[in-house]
Write a protein that binds this ligand. Structure first.
Ligand SMILES: C[S@@+](CC[C@H](N)C(=O)[O-])C[C@H]1O[C@@H](n2cnc3c(N)ncnc32)[C@H](O)[C@@H]1O
Length: 342
């Protein structure tokens, strides 16, 4: 398995070539392979044995920079069945869900396999990843992507086609899973089976695209009484342009992808100590409205006297405008009165 993508280029390696005009080509090295472009022919054999990061010329003397793609490069360019989790969110998922080397992890849905690749890398060969996907065509895309990047389908990765709600209890023993990551439209539908599968102290993390999903899954997790208080965040990454004295944020960024929400499985029967906090409300009482009066939020309040003065000023201005308009009308000459020589 191509677990350690370093050292000189070997047959079977994926190599990203940056050619004339920054055009990218990704090739898989073969002894007799050739890259044909209108700039000439580049023989794969000329790359085999060279260090990662070398520059080679093709038959037309055009130069190409050769690098093995990083995982982030690969996931952004690989074929997609469903929308992928972006690297910025995948990195945060690994941190917030505390995915560790050797962990037993459940993931659903698999989609295009982007998150599967990050998870497989994080758990290493000692870990186990159970991935669930209800669409077999998406599962096929994901398996092909993982095989392409890793050189083979790793034997510690099990992909099950089916709905997580039905398939999870049939696949794993109760309380045997360390981490569960859900990336799907309705994660709340799966929380009950996830609670059964998770080991006490284990983490469930959901990636959701909208605030309404976030709210619904938070309330569902809370309502089970089986988890710690859920925490949520989103990650915004702003690139910077750093060149000479032009050091500034990029003009464009990906402003929104999704939210993360996670919680830990309590031990059976455990009731966490009550946290004293204001109960959240579904409607506003007089007291809440009072809290938002201009005075309460520190806005300067206008006195009645001042307000009457402002009204008089505004009315006076309006009257002035009315008089000006009337006088302009009475002085406007009819069209046949206009002297063109004036
Ligand atoms: C946005 S995609 C996942 C993308 C994936 N995380 C990636 O990074 O490539 C969501 C997937 O969840 C699958 N799905 C939705 N609900 C599911 C469920 N209850 N069980 C299994 N798969 C489900 C959908 O078919 C879809 O392929």
């Amino acid at each position: 398995m191509n677990q350690r993508p370093s050292g000189p280029f070997r047959v079977g390696d994926r190599v990203q070539l940056t050619g004339p005009k920054n055009r990218l080509h990704t090739i898989t090295l073969r002894e007799d392979g050739e890259l044909h472009t209108h700039h000439g022919v580049l023989k794969h054999i000329d790359l085999i044995g060279l260090d990662d990061g070398s520059v080679v010329a093709n038959s037309g003397e055009h130069e190409y920079l050769a690098l093995r793609p990083l995982l982030r490069d690969f996931v952004m360019s690989m074929p997609r069945g469903a929308a992928i989790i972006y690297p910025k969110d995948a990195a945060q998922i690994l941190a917030e869900a505390d995915v560790f080397s050797g962990a037993v992890v459940v993931e659903a849905g698999v989609g295009s396999g982007a998150l599967s690749l990050w998870l497989l890398r994080a758990i290493g060969s000692e870990g186990k990843l159970h991935s669930f996907e209800r669409r077999d065509d998406f599962a096929e895309v994901a398996q092909a992507n993982v095989e392409t990047f890793m050189g083979e389908v790793p034997d510690n990765w099990q992909v099950t086609v089916g709905d997580l709600v039905d398939a999870l209890p049939e696949t794993v023993e109760p309380a045997s899973v360390d981490r569960v990551i859900l990336d799907m439209l309705a994660p709340w539908e799966c929380i009950d089976v996830v609670a059964d599968a998770l080991t006490p102290g284990g983490v469930v993390l959901c990636y959701v695209a909208t605030a309404t999903q976030l709210s619904r899954v938070a309330e569902f997790i809370r309502g089970t009484g089986l988890f710690t208080e859920p925490e949520a965040n989103e990650t915004m990454v702003r690139g910077w342009h750093v060149e000479g004295l032009a050091v500034r944020p990029d003009h464009r960024m990906i402003a929104h992808t999704g939210f993360l929400i996670w919680a830990r499985r309590l031990a059976p029967g455990a009731v966490p100590p009550e946290v004293k906090r204001r109960a959240s409300k579904s409607s506003y009482g007089d007291e809440d409205v009072e809290m938002w009066t201009p005075g309460a939020v520190g806005d300067r309040q206008i006195t009645d006297k001042n307000l009457r003065k402002r009204v008089r000023e505004a009315q006076k201005a309006a009257q002035g405008a009315r008089i000006a308009a009337a006088s302009a009308e009475s002085h406007t000459p009819a069209t046949d009165e206009i002297d063109p020589s004036a």
